[in-house]
Design a protein around this ligand. Structure first.
Ligand SMILES: [Zn+2]
Length: 205
């Protein structure tokens, strides 16, 4: 009883929606002949639909099959990608976007190794030779300090978050950070951070 259930559920769905191509219909028919589980499911749905049409002999409203499916708890779980794309175009677009974004961020992660202060470059000392950014004693960085490919040494104060990407954070005893601090060593963390920045727009500041 092993068949590609999701695929055939999707075809059944399409057939009942009358949204099926000839080729798909043929494929479905052949499968229904051979697969009892799908056959039963198909006819059960079909019966329900015709019953409902009889009691209300109007044209089936939009999302008719979907509504019927909702009444069937066993079937409800079976959400297929194709249906998803049809029903949730915005979510799908967002997912595609995230995948593309992930790709470009990944590429960036593996190639970039130059020390850079992404945000909060006022009042810091940048030392490319040692890949270090220092917040000097008595100085305050207003806002978040984000450093890529280097270490951060906080001797003064950061009035915000400190994010060190591919580096470490060192605190002097008098150093002070009012927000959160985070070291990012894993590409996954980095991607997550970039996405967060992208959606909150913080990095653009
Ligand atoms: Zn089947």
């Amino acid at each position: 009883m092993s068949c590609d259930t999701e695929k055939y559920m999707s075809l059944i769905d399409k057939a009942l929606d009358r949204d099926i191509t000839e080729l798909e219909q043929k494929e479905l028919d052949i499968h229904l002949e051979n697969c009892e589980a799908c056959r039963e499911h198909y006819y059960a749905l079909k019966e329900i639909i015709s019953d409902m049409k009889e009691s209300a002999p109007v044209v089936a409203p939009d999302h008719f099959t979907e509504d019927v499916m909702k009444r069937l708890p066993a079937v409800k779980k079976k959400r297929m990608p194709a249906q998803w794309i049809r029903r949730y175009p915005v979510l799908t677009a967002a997912a595609v976007f995230l995948i593309l974004m992930f790709g470009s961020v990944m590429a960036n992660w593996s190639t970039g190794n130059e020390l850079s202060v992404v945000s909060g470059s006022d009042n810091v000392q940048i030392k490319p030779s040692t890949h270090t950014v220092i917040v000097p004693k008595g100085k305050t960085v207003k806002g978040d300090l984000v450093v890529e490919n280097g270490d951060v040494r906080v001797e003064g104060k950061v009035d915000g978050d400190v994010v060190v990407i591919k580096g470490k954070k060192y605190m002097a005893s008098a150093g002070q950070i009012t927000g959160d601090s985070q070291e990012i060593h894993q590409v996954v963390e980095w991607v997550w951070y970039k996405l967060k920045m992208f959606f909150t727009g913080e990095e653009q500041k």
